[in-house]
Design a protein around this ligand. Structure first.
Ligand code: SF4
Length: 865
């Protein structure tokens, strides 16, 4: 807390590490809010001093009687007279009300502008009359670029409309459940009663209109909500237009009411509420919590939000988040670099490109006479881009992508400029096209059009790779919807049809990515099988460009997590590349709260038959290596009670070793001591496997007998290495088989390595690419082994099977609290003796007769004998 306080006070960028179970959240809350409280107090005092100064220069006769020295009512919190405090407060309240009203008017104007239908003259009149009333909403509104608007109206951006935000802390974490947990901690903390906190979330989490909520899929909810808002604003203007009928589908949301949302906003600021409580309040007050909570941002002291919402600039500004001079705390930040890279990378398949081309051509044909020249020009440009992209994949947009075989298969990486030249689109201003897509909401209109007329052209299947990426791409879809941006964590797509029907949304993401600076990214042209299966992917190499704005604007930024080691990636790739002065960066790492004897980390260099443990790609498949691993596991399962979790570097290797053990009979031997579970490949089976695993351990501990628990064969970076706790009996021993280095043959990784070697200096004689590979490996190891100790009274042993862990460069990348207790054991015998001691200790603590430490000492002696 003290370190955090001084980092915020000094305006630093901090990398903070505090292992799970050490009270990280509470320390962040108390440290940050203490700082904010003191900061506000100092500011109040300063304001009061200035007011008093100003006042003393004016005529004293104007001062109210209550403020006369010696009057009983004088003397506020900071020693200033009550009337000054009351005046300041009243003025702030009045200003806040004015600001909120202005914001509502602004929103109305903006939506009116966006939804303005073109009432055509001349040529288009006949067609207009033929269109179904509902269909009018599918036609693009007249489009003017921002430059043109400025010329026409003579207006520049109106700075007067900027809302004033009080100094606040933006706290971000990865998932909604982590955020809810944080809010509950705030409620319990000493700051719970008097902190103005607001939780932000997606419509999927916050919408209270049951009809809309029932749609289920995020994208459908977003679309329906936006449509209803548009109707609301149209209603206002329609009322002035005589003779215009409103159709039944032009419903408006009863919860989107300024007065009700303002009431909800006030309530939110009075008492700390998590998302569930916010939704309940919305239902009760008949106000939309999604928009109501955004109204509360300017006055809030603590804003809690998912971190995608903060890291993606368009999402940030759409939500009304202003970072200037504010404090940002990013929790669970161990994957921050990957997250920024993912949010700003984009992939489109040949199928999607062809499908979008087909949809957009049909759209243009149907509404050609209704569309203004500007719209037609941009649609033609987008169609041309799609044609050229498909040509880059070796195909033709007018033929079925599933039937066009690709002649030259393979993966090629190109710089952005090369890609633009080779695809002959370098004459098109992609910034303008991107802006057009955002402002005109063309993909939304096209989606509505496809929903209505969706035929065979919309059912082109996405390729296998895209299906794997569905979660992330679905998230991307939510980011590409003009002003309708969300900060949701990735969610599984619920409706394949939906995804395949909206390819243009995804393509917008790709077009936008192409506007990055040439040196900051690459385009991967991946030609496989057919044009439909091939893809174009934008790979962001320099995530710092997107983080730079956050660190530049904020007063202080804290990147926090349970396991932040190795931190050099954050320092070099993120902060240094973002132009942060190294003197502004502070690092803080605290140890664990467990007693030293509760953890036994061992680096094991060889197995029971003296086979050296080195799991390189060349040696790990050797039968003797797999046999030796099996022998180690057998020995451990004999002495370790409860659950043993064994991590393998990949699914393939785990499968291979399992098959080998099955053949040699080792699995049968293991099964006499532990019931064996394997990590499932499907995410929806994880829960079930874990429940069974936990049940088995409990059953064994209660029943006694030969079977002492369960063994879980898991995969590093798989579904069980993050977010799942192996606390207490669920993980008394965690084993890491080999070193999970990433696949350096992957073209993407190779490009990143080349880029790093070109742009970054060598660190301690090591090439930056080498450092990256080691860091990726050790981050994965640390995340996996960190699952075992989850609270103060927990205990476990950790076995790292590979002599290479003892190399200083690797060893130093273990978290400090593990590193300082790690023993390197060249032979299995001495390691096994240590593990037996822990076992004795466990048996002894179970009886709870004497202190843990005394018994440890006693049984150490006993074991040695
Ligand atoms: S305005 Fe709010 S309550 Fe109404 S549909 Fe939109 S998100 Fe739901």
């Amino acid at each position: 807390m003290a370190a955090l306080y001084s980092a915020l006070e000094a305006g630093r960028v901090g990398i903070f590490e505090s292992p799970t179970g050490t009270g990280k959240s509470l320390s962040l809350i108390c440290g940050a809010l203490s700082w904010l409280r003191d900061f506000e107090e100092k500011k109040r005092q300063e304001e009061a001093r200035l007011l008093a100064l100003e006042d003393s220069g004016q005529e004293r006769g104007e001062r109210p009687a209550a403020a006369e020295p010696g009057h009983p009512g004088s003397g506020g919190a900071a020693g200033e007279p009550d009337w000054v405090t009351a005046f300041v407060q009243k003025k702030e309240e009045r200003d806040a009300v004015d600001r909120l009203k202005r914001s509502e008017e602004d929103e109305t104007k903006r939506l009116l502008q966006l939804s303005k239908d073109v009432i055509s003259e001349g040529d288009g009149v006949d067609v207009l009359e033929q269109l179904d009333h509902n269909e009018e909403e599918l036609v693009l509104a007249e489009y003017e670029s921002d430059d043109e608007k400025k010329v026409i109206s003579g207006l520049e951006d109106d700075d007067d409309l900027e809302e004033e935000h009080v100094t606040k802390i933006y706290y971000c974490s990865r998932t909604h459940s982590q955020l809810s947990q944080f809010v509950r901690e705030v409620q319990k903390s000493p700051f719970g009663k008097d902190t103005r906190l607001v939780s932000l979330g997606s419509r999927q989490n916050l919408c209270v209109n049951e009809e809309v909520r029932r749609l289920g899929a995020l994208q459908l909810i977003n679309d329906r909500c936006m449509e209803m808002q548009k109707n609301k604003h149209e209603k206002k203007s329609d009322e002035k237009m005589e003779g215009k009928r409103r159709h039944a589908s032009h419903a408006i949301c009863p919860f989107y009411s300024y007065e009700q949302m303002q009431f909800l906003c006030d309530e939110v600021l009075v008492e700390v509420k998590d998302i569930e409580q916010l939704v309940a309040l919305g239902r009760e007050t008949k106000a939309c919590p999604y928009y109501g909570s955004r109204y509360a941002i300017p006055a809030a002291q603590l804003v809690v939000l998912p971190y995608q919402m903060l890291l993606h600039e368009p999402t940030r500004s759409a939500a009304g988040i202003k970072l200037k001079d504010q404090v940002v705390i990013i929790d669970e930040a161990h994957n921050l670099i990957d997250t920024i890279t993912c949010i700003h990378s984009a992939e489109v398949s040949g199928s999607q490109l062809c499908c979008a081309h087909s949809q957009l051509s049909q759209y243009m044909e149907r509404y050609r006479k209704r569309l203004k020249a500007k719209n037609l020009m941009y649609i033609k440009q987008i169609l041309y881009l799609l044609e050229q992209f498909v040509a880059m994949l070796g195909g033709n947009v007018n033929q079925n992508p599933g039937c066009q075989a690709v002649s030259q298969t393979g993966t090629v990486l190109k710089s952005i400029n090369d890609f633009l030249f080779q695809s002959q689109i370098d004459n098109i201003n992609l910034f303008k096209v991107r802006r057009y897509c955002e402002k005109s909401l063309i993909s939304r209109k096209l989606f509505g059009f496809v929903e209505r007329y969706g035929g065979p052209a919309t059912t082109v299947k996405t390729n296998k790779e895209n299906q794997k990426l569905a979660g992330f791409q679905n998230f991307l879809l939510t980011l590409k919807q003009g002003s309708d941006k969300e900060g949701n964590p990735p969610v599984e797509a619920e409706n394949d049809q939906l995804r395949t029907a909206s390819p243009l949304m995804q393509i917008e993401g790709f077009l936008s990515a192409l506007t990055n600076a040439n040196q900051d990214g690459r385009v991967i042209v991946n030609r496989q099988g057919t044009v439909g299966q091939s893809s174009l992917k934008f790979l962001l190499l320099n995530p710092a460009v997107y983080f730079a704005k956050v660190v530049e604007e904020c007063r202080a930024v804290i990147i926090a997590g349970g396991t932040m080691q190795p931190v050099s990636d954050f320092r070099e790739q993120l902060l240094s590349c973002a132009g942060v002065d190294p003197a502004r960066v502070v690092e803080f790492s605290c140890g664990h709260v467990i007693p030293p004897e509760n953890i036994l980390p061992i680096i094991l260099c060889s197995g029971p038959s003296n086979q050296q443990l080195e799991f390189t790609y060349q040696t790990r498949d050797l039968p003797q290596m797999m046999d030796e691993t099996g022998r180690i596991l057998c020995n451990l399962c004999n002495v370790v009670p409860g659950g043993v979790v064994c991590f393998f570097p990949s699914y393939e290797y785990e499968k291979q070793v399992y098959a080998h053990w099955e053949k040699t009979g080792l699995l049968t031997r293991l099964a006499t001591k532990k019931k064996i579970f394997q990590e499932p490949k499907k995410a929806n089976q994880v829960e079930q496997v874990l429940v069974e695993y936990a049940k088995c351990i409990k059953r064994c501990s209660q029943a006694g007998g030969q079977m002492t628990g369960a063994l879980l064969l898991s995969v590093v970076g798989g579904k069980m290495s993050e977010g799942i706790n192996f606390s207490d009996d669920l993980g008394r021993c965690v084993i890491m088989v080999g070193m999970p280095y990433p696949n350096i043959k992957s073209p993407e990784l190779q490009e990143k390595m080349t880029w790093l070697d070109k742009t970054m200096p060598r660190a301690a004689g090591q090439a930056p690419s080498r450092v990256l590979i080691e860091n990726l490996c050790m981050k994965a190891v640390n995340q996996s082994i960190g699952r075992a100790i989850r609270h103060q009274k927990d205990f476990a042993s950790i076995l790292l099977l590979d002599h290479r862990y003892a190399r200083p460069a690797i060893f130093n990348k273990l978290p400090q609290w593990i590193r300082e207790r790690t023993q390197v054991k060249p032979a299995f015998g001495s390691a096994f003796a240590e593990l037996r001691k822990v076992r004795m200790c466990i048996l002894c603590t179970a009886t709870k007769t004497v202190s843990h430490y005394t018994h440890l000492y006693f049984f150490q002696t006993f074991a040695l004998e």
